[in-house]
Design a protein around this ligand. Structure first.
Ligand code: IFM
Length: 437
């Protein structure tokens, strides 16, 4: 029997644009993802979050399902453009989240709120989005409004979700909104994210007494040639975490970006402002990155390697449960974050509703079993992992893949909006009940 600490936080996660739908309801203003989805060729099948899981209208039923599963915590994000139109507060949007929080609390479920999970109001993108330093003040204003309204009841805050993804994929590779392909824009966005995160922490703490404030990163875990792995960690994790925990960007990457003329403008006092330990480090982790040395690439020093003997998910991500243990150990040693939380972990598979009306997703159960076993192994060796959130509570809009990838514990029929808890939901529910498996 694998047991977890008695106060371990067992949850599931979602994000606003991926589940809410109701994009025109109650004064919500368009986000960069509405624009991106409306641009031909950007999202598979022309899908959008316009309806998604219609959670905006069905949140009470969804909370009832969470309660049935016995979830202890629910991580969701706020849509900036629901609560603010420019700097004008939209009370109806705030009320939605306030009601959701009340519903969760009365079901005995702890709300974990992410302030920014990528749905930037389009009006802010129109003036440069994350590349414009003025975004920092806009974010602080937004964070203040939300935490003043909910901070009496919400005590777990995540400032941002996966900064590498929304800055790199949004501004360098362009496969996410706003679809820009200019590396210096990625780096200025990343710098402004760091400032916005750091400067929002005292505001959140002031508005929400006795709360914990963290930030969530998508952590890469390169495995193969060690020198190349170090470089990839510095490029991906270090670019965001070294400034927060050490007060400077990783020197070897600075050298590369300086030579290329890509470095962002760093104003006096910026790095001091960014340097500061959050109350916890949120980590989204799905797969490792298998590599072999390749000196012909002077930046990456490696090329990806496909592991023929491994299982891969629908995302093309290797199922590599032991790597979560190594990732946790490594980051605990390097950053000594004090507390860590797996804020996302899960797998997309091609689920089918069987003749018995159920979804028998054995591969997802095996995936969770393997990753959780290795989380427990890390805890038993002293890694301060305080919680785990399955991604995702329910099938939803998977960004540029549209609805083609299903990550949910709960199956969603997008035609009828019927929800069916999968076998993995029942398995997870039992794990929570036993606090282990
Ligand atoms: O769906 C996403 C989520 O929004 C952020 N983390 C990764 C998930 C799966 O790709």
């Amino acid at each position: 029997m694998i047991q977890f600490p008695s106060d371990f936080v067992w949850g599931a996660a979602t994000a606003s644009y991926q589940i809410e739908g109701a994009v025109e309801a109650d004064g919500r203003v368009p986000s960069i993802w509405d624009t991106f989805c409306a641009t031909p060729g950007k999202v598979e099948n022309g899908d959008s979050g316009a309806v998604a899981c219609d959670h905006y209208h069905r949140y009470k039923d969804d909370v009832a399902l969470m309660k049935e599963l016995g979830l202890k915590a629910y991580r969701f994000s706020i849509a900036w453009g629901r609560v603010l139109n420019g700097r004008t507060v939209n009370q109806a949007g705030l009320d939605f989240y306030s009601n959701l929080v009340d519903e969760l609390l009365s079901a005995g479920i702890e709300p974990w709120v992410t302030l920014y999970h990528w749905d930037l109001p389009q009006t802010l993108q129109d003036v440069g989005g994350w590349t414009n330093r003025a975004i920092v003040d806009e974010f602080l204003y937004y964070a203040d409004v939300v935490t003043k309204a909910l901070g009496d009841r919400v005590k777990r805050w995540i400032t941002f979700n996966e900064p590498w993804v929304f800055t790199y994929l949004g501004y360098a590779s362009g496969v996410h909104a706003p679809g820009i392909t200019h590396i210096p824009d990625y780096l200025s966005s990343a710098h402004h994210f760091l400032l916005a995160h750091a400067k929002s922490v005292p505001i959140i703490r002031a508005n929400s007494s006795d709360s914990l404030v963290g930030v969530t990163l998508d952590m890469t875990q390169p495995e193969g040639d060690e020198r190349a792995a170090e470089r990839l960690r510095a490029l991906h994790n270090g670019w965001f975490l070294d400034p927060i925990y050490f007060g400077h960007y990783p020197a070897e990457v600075v050298e590369i970006y300086e030579q290329a003329g890509y470095m962002p403008e760093i104003q006096p006092g910026d790095m001091e402002a960014i340097h500061g330990k959050p109350d916890f480090l949120g980590i989204n982790y799905y797969t490792r990155q298998t590599i072999e040395a390749d000196e012909s690439d002077p930046v990456m020093l490696s090329r990806p390697v496909h592991m023929d003997e491994s299982e891969y998910t629908e995302m093309g991500w290797e199922v590599a449960p032991e790597s979560i243990y190594r990732m946790l150990k490594h980051n605990n040693e390097r950053y000594n974050p004090g507390a860590m939380v797996i804020t996302e972990n899960g797998a997309a598979f091609q689920d089918v509703v069987s003749a018995d009306g159920q979804v028998h997703d054995d591969r997802r159960v095996a995936y969770y079993n393997g990753y959780l076993t290795n989380c427990q192994r890390a805890i038993s060796e002293g890694v301060p992992l305080m919680g785990y959130f399955a991604w995702s509570l329910m099938d939803n809009f998977e960004w540029s893949f549209g609805y083609s990838k299903r990550f949910g514990l709960i199956h969603v029929d997008y035609e009828t909006q019927q929800r069916i808890p999968k076998d993995s939901a029942r398995w997870y529910s039992q794990v929570i009940k036993n606090n282990g498996f």
